[in-house]
Design a binder for this molecule. Structure first.
Ligand SMILES: [Zn+2]
Length: 295
């Protein structure tokens, strides 16, 4: 980055701008995990149809299995949309993934060093944030440790869940310089056990974390499979600004593909399944309040 660009950072970063606008407007933006081109098309089409900002989220798996060219295609397609769509790399656990990510034109990354002890997590996140800044990339970090796993993230089941301490949250963001914080407040990756997210999420803790951080650090919610609409709205009222959505956005799509693969021509299968995927994404944009917010 040139010195002028560094001076304007992070305000000139797309993910930062999308989430800063969400903070000012009191809504949240979906970060939709995409594994293939159908997902990328569905999110872009939904965002344009709803005039909604959005984030396309990929895992390091995409960098490895589909490669750097595919990541560049996602970024080019997202940035060519008529509404703001940023590209975020979720759950970078391996330092080599961070190194690879910083060579790509993505907007933001999540550093997941939650397996480390708290002090080591702070040091690691600070170093990555400094490196990422040189590339104009903003950083999300997980503080504490969120339980469970989902497609693309190994299950942290052998490690104990660590809930985010609100008193330490502000110190963590100040010392690391991370831009967005993913707290652990009872949320779980992957399907919730009996009782659902409504019996696991500790909204009081989320509120204390939000109050400790203030509006300059948008909160990111992981572990949303599934979450009732009213609970999303409560979390947004508290200060959730980036909401990671994985299975909820693609269950209808997966079901359609499973029932029609081999029956329809590939062109028809793709057109119809992307349309179904798009509709699911649009419904979630309405729930999160991002529909109509793109200028
Ligand atoms: Zn996550």
């Amino acid at each position: 980055m040139s010195s002028t660009k560094v001076d304007a950072f992070p305000q000139n970063n797309l993910t930062w701008k999308i989430l800063d606008d969400a903070t000012k407007g009191g809504y949240a933006v979906g970060a939709f995990n995409c594994y293939n081109n159908d997902g990328v098309m569905a999110v872009i089409r939904a965002a344009e149809a709803k005039r909604s900002p959005a984030l396309i989220e990929i895992f390091p798996w995409t960098m490895h299995f589909q490669g750097a060219h595919f990541v560049r295609y996602i970024v080019e397609a997202a940035h060519a949309a008529s509404v703001p769509i940023g590209v975020h790399l979720d759950h970078c656990m391996d330092p080599a993934d961070v190194d690879l990510a910083l060579t790509l034109p993505i907007d933001s990354i999540m550093v997941d060093a939650s397996r480390l002890e708290p002090e080591a997590n702070i040091k690691y996140c600070r170093r990555i944030t400094e490196l990422a800044k040189e590339r104009g990339i903003t950083v999300e970090a997980e503080m504490g440790r969120i339980n469970g796993g989902e497609d693309g993230i190994p299950d942290a089941g052998h490690l104990e869940e660590i809930l985010t301490d609100p008193q330490h949250a502000a110190e963590f963001t100040r010392r690391t310089g991370v831009h967005f914080l993913a707290p652990s407040f009872g949320n779980i990756h992957g399907p919730y056990p009996e009782g659902g997210s409504e019996s696991y999420w500790q909204l009081d803790r989320l509120k204390e974390i939000a109050d400790a951080l203030g509006p300059s650090t948008p909160l990111v919610i992981h572990g949303t499979h599934p979450v009732p609409d009213w609970l999303f709205r409560k979390a947004i009222d508290i200060g959730a600004r980036k909401i990671n959505i994985n299975r909820n956005a693609r269950d209808e799509y997966t079901k359609f593909v499973a029932e029609n693969a081999g029956r329809l021509e590939l062109t028809a299968l793709k057109e119809q399944s992307v349309a179904i995927y798009q509709k699911s994404v649009e419904e979630l944009m309405d729930v999160l309040g991002s529909s109509g917010q793109a200028s």
